[in-house]
Design a protein around this ligand. Structure first.
Ligand code: 4AD
Ligand code: MG
Length: 460
């Protein structure tokens, strides 16, 4: 007999003569002639209560069971006598798989997020982190389902690359050169001797690659890990994070915004519908306003306004910002939050940013000062999505790269896509961890990643 998941047993609609569960002991309580043992197997938030009778074989071992121990139980699923749960297991046998010593760090009291970060290998055994990582799994599924339902193809773009998409210089280098004895040529590193015979880095975005597939398969997306050596220790930045990047051929900026809004609403809605129990934990213990925030996101029409207007609103704002804002400055989190939380009180899409603060690939507007960029900003997080319509006109693109001082040679293949059958196309990148933070109310990105990578921190 295969083990049954506790999630299935908790939701059973009738008693069962024979069940088999395997899991970890959360608590044990002894009465005179039997013990109550709460077992969790990670399949859901709830535990199942097991009643072990003193007449059972090895009952002396049951009396020694500690929190964190692993057990295998067979028995009958019966209606619970006590309150608090519908079903419990009347045990026939209880096998101790392993006993956790008293030093097990996850005792019954509530632990701080900081403490749990230091034991990231054990934290998924807590209610909060078990719930977070179950939601993370469901959210990935929701993303793939969203795109598949709309006929998008999933493209696996490379992790190791020679190109820099965003041009912000936050690349992690990849090399097999001996760092104690780096070969040089004309006082420069001689990358010709390196593994790929050129400078190589971890990808900061799959966009340039996925654009090639949009211009072949139509509607596509990539969803994978991306890497940025941003040395900013904020609660919203990680060095390794996952990005969802759709790209659509024959699509302008307005169509891009429609897809972004739909994607957020659909994935948030999916979790509200399918992860109620886990989500409730966050609504009760992490963020009391969570459900109102999520309902606001799924119900409201996102505000859309040009960057110029956003700046005007911020300039008029009574609030004193740490960073002053005027045309040409990048919006800081404080500005993004003011727009979404105070001014509009719902998600906001800002578009048509100054060309000076955006990468080379964004489509130049007729004013020659702004590009067809769009950022989706949401309450409490700020920027959740960054995207644009792409520059599809070869000459304009080449001029822009020259003006920015970019070496066009490594981008020869990208430029060829504008030479052969170029069409309007658009896409964006959604930070998966930021979506997780929005959905759970978890405030630190380190707490929605199984093993987070941030400056100075690579344990586990
Ligand atoms: O705005 P970004 O830099 O856009 C791009 O990379 C485009 N090439 C995407 C595209 O058009 N295909 O990043 C997209 C999103 C951000 O809005 C943010 O949510 C997330 O990725 N992000 C990060 N998330 C966690 N840690 C970091 N260091 C992040 N940097 C960006
Ligand atoms: Mg951005």
């Amino acid at each position: 007999m295969n083990r049954q998941k506790i999630a299935t047993l908790i939701n059973a609609d009738r008693p069962m003569a024979k069940v088999l569960v395997k899991g970890w002991v959360r608590t044990r309580r002894d009465a005179k002639s039997f013990s109550f043992i709460e077992i969790n197997d990670g399949s859901c938030l709830g535990n199942i209560q097991v009643i072990a009778d003193s007449a059972m074989a090895d009952y002396d071992l049951v009396r020694k069971l500690t929190t964190g121990s692993a057990v295998c139980v067979t028995g009958a699923l019966v209606a619970s006598q006590g309150g608090g749960q519908r079903w419990e297991i009347q045990a026939d046998t209880l096998t101790v798989i392993s006993v956790a010593p008293e030093s097990y760090p996850l005792q019954k009291k509530r632990h701080s997020d900081e403490f749990l970060r230091a034991i990231a290998h054990l934290r998924p055994r807590t209610n909060k982190y078990g719930a977070a990582f179950r939601i993370r799994s469901e959210l990935s599924y929701a993303v793939h389902r969203f795109f598949r339902d709309r006929g998008f193809r999933y493209i696996h773009t490379p992790i190791i690359t020679g190109s820099d998409c965003e041009g912000a210089g936050e690349l992690f280098r990849i090399t097999t050169l001996d760092l104690m004895n780096v070969p040089t040529q004309d006082a420069q590193v001689d990358y010709a001797q390196d593994f790929f015979a050129t400078e190589t880095n971890l990808t900061v975005s799959g966009q340039l690659s996925v654009e090639m597939f949009a211009l072949s398969l139509g509607d596509v997306y990539t969803f994978g890990p991306t890497f940025r050596a941003e040395n900013s220790n904020t609660r919203r930045h990680a060095a390794e994070f996952w990005m969802i990047e759709p790209e659509m051929a024959f699509c302008d900026l307005a169509g891009n915004m429609d897809l972004a809004e739909d994607l957020i609403k659909a994935t948030v809605g999916f979790i509200m519908e399918n992860c109620q129990e886990d989500l409730n934990l966050f609504a009760r213990f992490v963020d009391k306003t969570l459900m109102a925030t999520l309902e606001n996101i799924t119900a409201s029409q996102f505000e859309r306004l040009p960057y110029r207007e956003a700046v005007a609103i911020l300039e008029r704002a009574k609030k004193k910002f740490e960073y002053p804002v005027s045309f040409g400055t990048d919006l800081q989190t404080e500005h993004e939050r003011y727009l979404t939380e105070k001014h509009f009180q719902k998600p906001v899409i800002v578009y048509d940013y100054p060309k000076t603060i955006k990468p080379f690939y964004m489509r130049m507007n007729d004013d020659n000062a702004t590009v067809a960029a769009m950022d989706v900003l949401v309450p409490s997080i700020g920027e959740l999505i960054g995207g644009s319509q792409r520059e599809e006109r070869l000459a304009v693109l080449e001029n822009r790269m020259d003006a920015m001082g970019l070496d066009k040679e490594p981008y020869w293949w990208y430029l060829e896509s504008r030479r052969y059958g170029t069409v309007a196309h658009s896409g964006f990148g959604l930070g998966f961890e930021r979506l997780m933070m929005l959905i759970t109310g978890i405030r630190n990105i380190r707490d929605v990643i199984p093993f987070p990578r941030t400056p100075g921190s690579i344990d586990f």
